[in-house]
Design a protein. Structure first.
Length: 274
């Protein structure tokens, strides 16, 4: 156990080892987080209580997939130095020590191992994916015989890339991200909603909000899917309604419905070109 592990081990000891999921193979359980950062989390006790609360909600759901936001390692550092951030977009100039990022990665690997699930998250060094404690370098993994891909936000406007992923068997697209100073509903849908409809996949978006340096980041975590297979016919399985605060979104992804949707889309396309 490394230098910083002791306080995190208290969190992990509180987690029960997840038992095997017994539900239908067509159901994938996902927990997607919206996390609010503030400077009070630099206090060890506040940090520990914060993560115990989150992990207790997640573990009781017994998820197959857990998605944390981008820059999750900010929560693991006792102080932050940064230069001013530019315009609407967070520029990754946060000076997070490498040992802190490594501690974050170790902690997430342990969560993945103890919950026997896939954990996706972001750090100042990029996006990371673990499956039952093992680091997945290629950022693709199988969840209950369905493909999951961890992708950066910029990919979500590229129909060609997303269509290629679906053709390769990807059914769940995961994106850890962070908010911006100015939240735009249409910009949000352009990235995280529209291509889930056009291409056909479940999109899992976790996000970081709160005060980081001089910025007040705003955003909404969500789980998207094709409109016909969402309960309210709005393209959302679940969505956080607030631009602020922390939340754990729990969703059951019906993979059978998604496969039927994709089969119908292929049939319509083939009929149209005959």
């Amino acid at each position: 156990m490394n230098l910083f592990s002791a306080r995190f081990w208290k969190l992990l000891r509180s987690l029960p080892v997840s038992r095997r999921h017994s539900e239908s193979n067509d159901v994938v359980r996902a927990a997607v987080l919206q996390l609010e950062y503030d400077t009070s989390l630099r206090n060890n006790r506040v940090f520990t209580d914060f993560f115990i609360s989150l992990l207790s909600k997640i573990s009781s759901f017994m998820p197959h997939v857990v998605v944390f936001p981008a820059l999750t390692d900010l929560f693991f550092v006792s102080s932050i130095w940064s230069v001013p951030l530019f315009k609407r977009f967070l520029k990754n100039k946060l000076n997070v020590p490498e040992v802190v990022t490594q501690q974050c990665e170790w902690f997430m690997a342990e969560v993945s191992r103890r919950m026997r699930c896939v954990v996706a998250f972001g750090t100042v060094h990029g996006l990371k994916l673990y499956n039952e404690g093992q680091f997945i370098e290629e950022k693709r993994v199988s969840v209950k015989d369905r493909g999951l891909a961890l992708v950066p936000k910029r990919w979500l406007t590229n129909s060609e890339v997303l269509s290629s992923l679906v053709e390769d068997g990807i059914r769940i697209v995961v994106t850890p991200t962070c908010g911006s100073n100015v939240y735009n509903e249409w910009d949000d849908k352009y990235y995280f909603w529209s291509h889930a409809q056009m291409v056909g996949f479940y999109g899992l978006k976790a996000t970081l909000v709160g005060k980081v340096a001089q910025n007040r980041l705003k955003d909404k975590a969500c789980v998207c899917g094709p409109i016909p297979i969402t309960q309210n016919r709005d393209g959302y399985i679940v969505r956080n309604e607030s631009l602020e605060g922390s939340a754990v979104l729990l969703a059951e992804l019906d993979m059978g419905k998604l496969e039927n949707f994709l089969a119908e889309q292929r049939h319509r396309f083939n009929s149209a070109i005959r």
